[in-house]
Design a protein around this ligand. Structure first.
Ligand code: NAD
Length: 487
């Protein structure tokens, strides 16, 4: 089935979604299609008063719906109905995603949307299965630890996988009995708004999911600093994560989950299966044009196989044919904005001027829209900006090593610690290296998450604080209460 569509035929939601209604507001922020630079719509920018309205609506919905206190199975059923409706509406959601983002419509329809539906079901299952603990106290006492929802959770998501990121935030928070005020990225708001509409249609009480539109400085700050938002769950850049910590420190103390940037190494030993590795390395950087937090951007390869592997990758990269995100079958994705494309190119040029060598790419595609050629940069030192900075584009560096120790020295980045890939047929070495890697996730002889959502994801060091996915993400949306009763 071909899913190509004409972007000018879509009706785009542009206001805040609070309670069960769109709140009319002036169009203040322009949304542009990265595929061809066309102007799509102007969206609202929520100020503190609108965020307050969303928080009050969420509190009221919690009070009147009994969401936190109902039979947990009722929450599970409502969330599963939402997942079913998301699946049924995959085509519409995928178009709303593709029109303004970097996600090709076909990949969004059969990938992002369907995976999000399974993740919602995954978290729904915790609602009636994850309880508290009985404490081993003395016979004359009863001690137990109950886990309770926070109330209103504030969530902020990035532009790179809008549906998935909204699912990661909304599903565990709701399953745990909270309401949510969520701000999607100002560049890609449409699919998140529609997900919220679908939630109400599926029977999740109105007001439990409220979507406020706007930028980070005004709307994001109003969320993170709101006194009645009891917990913040953020995914985005390390820079914004730091600003959020600062704002929370200034406005009151509250827990936060921060999923931040990465600069993930892919370490390839000489005994690895080169065909498999080349495929994994390409799949670690080409999807979404490298605009993936977990993109494997630093190739660290044993010197004996570096040339052979580089040749295979150059061939794989040459297959990347750009196409607008509304075309199906999918082509190579655009860069989210012309500013981001310029930033990518300026880091590549700076890398070159510091002595690095371009093995391929190194410039924009000559066509409409923001598309950058897949790029391999070799001959880099540790201080080269292509190694130190998260580029967030289809750019990898290639460094070589001669010993396991040398691989680890290069592998552990001074700043980031999101993920890492290790390729070897030697199980003992795989386990040694995995243990020594400073990263929240390590993949061995593969690169990328599976669809078993039980493995949490989250970074070490400046890549983040806390986890999304897995049981940890459910528990992070609850706080524990210790109870001791003298009998
Ligand atoms: P960004 O930090 O610019 O923006 C992310 C979101 O935060 C947006 O909604 C933005 O409006 C908001 N925001 C910005 N400044 C804010 C502030 N001071 N207070 C509150 N909100 C603020 O990031 P982006 O460009 O949208 O996304 C790309 C970044 O996200 C990359 O660094 C990528 O690695 C990271 N990311 C991480 C993960 C992960 O799981 N670790 C997943 C996806 C993306």
């Amino acid at each position: 089935m071909k899913r190509s569509f004409d972007p000018s035929t879509l009706t785009l939601p542009t206001g805040h979604y609070i309670g069960n209604a769109y709140v009319p507001a002036a169009a203040e922020i322009a949304v542009t299609a990265p595929s061809d630079g066309r102007s799509l719509a102007g969206i609202a920018r929520a100020d503190a008063a609108i965020v307050d309205q969303a928080v009050e609506t969420a509190k009221q919905a919690l009070r009147t719906s009994g969401w936190a206190t109902c039979a947990p199975r009722d929450r599970l059923r409502a969330l599963q109905a939402w997942a079913d409706l998301i699946e049924a509406e995959a085509e519409t959601l995928a178009k709303l995603e593709a029109v303004c983002s970097t996600r090709p419509v076909g990949q969004a329809a059969v990938g992002d949307v369907l995976i999000t539906a399974t993740q919602i079901r995954f978290f729904a299952e915790f609602a009636d299965k994850e309880g508290g603990d009985l404490a081993p106290t003395s016979a004359g006492q009863l001690g137990f630890i109950s886990h309770e929802p926070y109330g209103v959770v504030g969530a902020i998501t990035p532009w790179n996988y809008p549906i998935s990121m909204a699912g990661w935030k909304l599903a565990p928070a709701l399953a745990a009995g909270n309401a949510v005020v969520l701000k999607p990225s100002e560049m890609t708001p449409f699919s998140t708004l529609y997900m919220a509409e679908l939630a109400v249609r599926a029977g999740i009480p109105a007001g439990l999911i409220n979507i406020v539109l706007g930028d980070g400085q005004t709307t994001g700050a109003a969320i993170t600093g709101h006194p009645d938002i009891a917990k913040v769950s953020f995914t985005g850049s390390t820079r914004a994560g730091g600003a959020i910590m600062e704002n929370i420190a200034k406005t009151g103390v509250k827990p936060m989950t921060l999923e931040l940037g990465g600069k993930s190494p892919q370490i390839v030993f000489a005994d690895a299966d080169l065909e498999l590795v080349a495929d994994c390395l390409a799949r670690g950087i080409l999807p979404n044009a490298g605009q993936t937090c977990v993109a494997g951007t630093r190739l660290i390869v044993h010197r004996d196989i570096a040339d052979a592997l580089a040749q295979k990758l150059i061939l794989a990269f040459a297959q990347a044919k750009p196409a607008a995100t509304w075309e199906d079958p999918a082509g190579f994705s655009p860069i989210i904005s012309s500013q981001q494309l310029q930033r990518i190119d300026s880091i590549v040029q700076a890398a070159k001027s510091e002595g690095a060598e371009l093995l391929c790419g190194g410039k924009a595609f000559d066509r409409k829209g923001s598309f950058y050629q897949p790029t391999i940069i070799a001959g880099v030192t540790d201080s080269n900006p292509a190694v130190t900075e998260e580029i967030f584009g289809p750019v990898v560096t290639l460094q070589t090593f001669a010993s396991e120790e040398g691989a680890l020295t290069l592998g552990n980045h001074p700043t980031y610690g999101l993920c890492a890939g290790v390729y070897t047929r030697d199980l003992s070495r795989a386990l040694r290296v995995t243990k020594a890697l400073e990263a929240g996730t390590v993949w061995v002889n593969r690169y990328g998450r599976s669809q078993d959502h039980i493995l949490p994801t989250g970074g070490w060091k400046a890549s983040g604080l806390g986890k999304d996915l897995g049981r940890e993400a459910f528990l992070a949306n609850r706080r524990s209460k210790s109870v001791l009763i003298d009998l």
